[in-house]
Design a protein around this ligand. Structure first.
Ligand code: ARG
Length: 475
């Protein structure tokens, strides 16, 4: 029987076909079809190298290259699609090559295996996705920085334990989220850098006896270098696990921001109104405006965490080298990527179109005692030990609560009953504005401190963006 009549890349030693249910259980085309472009890229580079090294003739190499390019265009233009009967994308493309050039197609696989091929394809694919994701993250950070710039003076209750703690600016709050995403972007860069090694030429596990040039293929595929150990190369999926961690962390950060947007858009807070285009109505209650997109982001972070733990479990105790278990890395990875890209994009869009109710934020500080620390600090400046000042201000707060007033309503006479250290200038430290402005320490919430960190964040973002785009060598 001719090789090309098989829907698989093997069969010589088999007398019987794979049972239909076993085939259905194991075939991966519906998932790995997404690697078609990378699979052709890898094959093109491999064939070129085989020709250059004289492992196949130049004529043979050229014929295979033209046919591979044709297949590329056919798939890109939807003129040909692998049949669902095919085991995986690698088999599908080789099979198509047989249909085009006959037996010569069999030379494509010289000195390589699907084990190094799939590892190479997946790294290429993930590198591209990482760069796309970095671009989305860039815009998310930009959006947060723009909001922060506009609101370095906008007062907001700062919370710990969900209780009013100290006044901060909305800008400071937004920058807190921004730094988390900057760390995500840095992790994304580092993970991408570590994945940027080329497994191609590792063969099934032991390398090959053909005089291949791995430097050449690695270089042409835009990789930093070839992987140094062929056994590690075909069994290593650290890069998938690592990306899934980076992605889970990113979704987790998004979920925390999403949760705040959800809370802030309740009537109890009323700090933000999300745009109609990112909220939905209720089928029953006409008055409702629900933050569904934010809720879905919050929820999907759970799936990203699940995919990470799934991947770690898939790898645990797996002996060297390639094992078929590894095939299912793609299902997990693809789902996380499909969650990440729109989540980051939608979060930027939601923030860009949100309306901040700064009056409500300011109102929320009324009578909340969030400048009590400033009152204690005042006494400390007059020489009182902080612990003592803390205790005394606690008593002042209790007295205020008993009288039903906030700290902004107290006068000097009232304060003097607690300590002779209070002078008329004490009234100035009691306003949330003064409290926020006073926190000029490095990383603090004062407008100039926030402006300084925005500048730092901008610089960090530019550096990361540059480094990430340097990793990308288009093929
Ligand atoms: N479909 C396989 C995967 O995604 C390709 C490699 C198959 N190799 C093998 N020896 N069966 O992992």
């Amino acid at each position: 029987m001719e090789h090309h009549e098989h829907h698989q890349m093997w069969g010589g030693r088999f007398e019987e076909e794979l049972a239909p249910d076993a085939f259905a259980y194991s075939h991966s085309l519906p998932v790995d079809i997404r690697l078609w472009k990378q699979d052709i890229e890898t094959s093109l580079v491999h064939v070129r190298m085989l020709g250059i090294k004289g492992i196949i003739s130049t004529h043979e190499a050229n014929t295979l290259i033209s046919a591979l390019l044709e297949i590329h265009d056919e798939i890109a233009n939807g003129r040909w699609m692998p049949s669902a009967e095919t085991e995986d994308i690698h088999t599908a493309i080789e099979q198509r090559l047989y249909e085009k050039v006959g037996a010569l197609a069999g030379k494509l696989h010289t000195g390589r295996s699907r084990n190094d091929l799939v590892a190479t394809d997946l790294r290429l694919w993930l590198r591209e996705m990482a760069l796309k994701l970095a671009n989305h993250l860039y815009w998310l950070c930009e959006t947060l920085m723009e909001i922060a710039e506009e609101h370095t003076e906008t007062l907001l209750p700062g919370l710990t334990h969900q209780q009013h703690a100290q006044p901060v600016s909305l800008g400071h709050h937004m920058m807190a989220h921004c730094w988390a995403f900057l760390r995500d972007m840095e992790r994304l860069y580092q993970a991408t850098q570590r994945m940027n090694l080329c497994p191609l030429g590792s063969g099934a596990l032991a390398g090959t006896s053909f005089p291949i040039d791995r430097e050449l293929t690695a270089n042409e595929l835009g990789f930093h270098m070839p992987t140094p150990n062929s056994m590690d190369a075909v069994s290593d999926r650290d890069f998938v696990a690592e990306f899934l961690f980076v992605g889970a962390m990113m979704m987790l950060h998004l979920s925390r921001l999403a949760q705040e947007l959800i809370l802030w858009s309740t009537p109890e807070y009323g700090f933000v109104e999300l745009a109609d285009s990112y909220t939905t109505g209720s089928s029953m209650m006409p008055q409702k405006k629900n933050p569904d997109i934010a809720e879905l982001i919050r929820g999907r972070s759970a799936l990203a965490i699940g995919n990470l733990t799934g991947m770690l479990a898939l790898l645990k105790a797996l002996p060297l080298t390639y094992n078929r278990d590894l095939q299912d890395d793609k299902t997990l990875l693809f789902q996380t990527v499909d969650i990440l890209l729109p989540s980051v994009r939608l979060m930027s869009a939601m923030l860009e179109t949100a309306e901040w109710n700064t009056a409500r934020m300011r109102e929320a500080l009324q009578g909340d005692f969030s400048t009590a620390t400033d009152l204690a600090d005042y006494l400390v400046r007059k020489g009182m030990p902080f612990r003592e000042a803390h205790h005394l201000v606690g008593q002042i707060v209790r007295a205020c609560i008993q009288q039903g007033i906030g700290l902004e309503a107290v006068d000097l006479e009232f304060l003097r009953k607690f300590s002779p250290l209070f002078d008329p200038d004490v009234l100035e430290v009691l306003s949330p504005e003064a409290s926020m402005r006073a926190r000029t320490s490095y990383g603090g919430t004062a407008p100039e401190s926030v402006r300084a960190q925005i500048e730092m964040a901008r610089a960090a973002l530019q550096v990361l963006e540059q480094r990430l785009s340097d990793l990308h060598t288009p093929v």
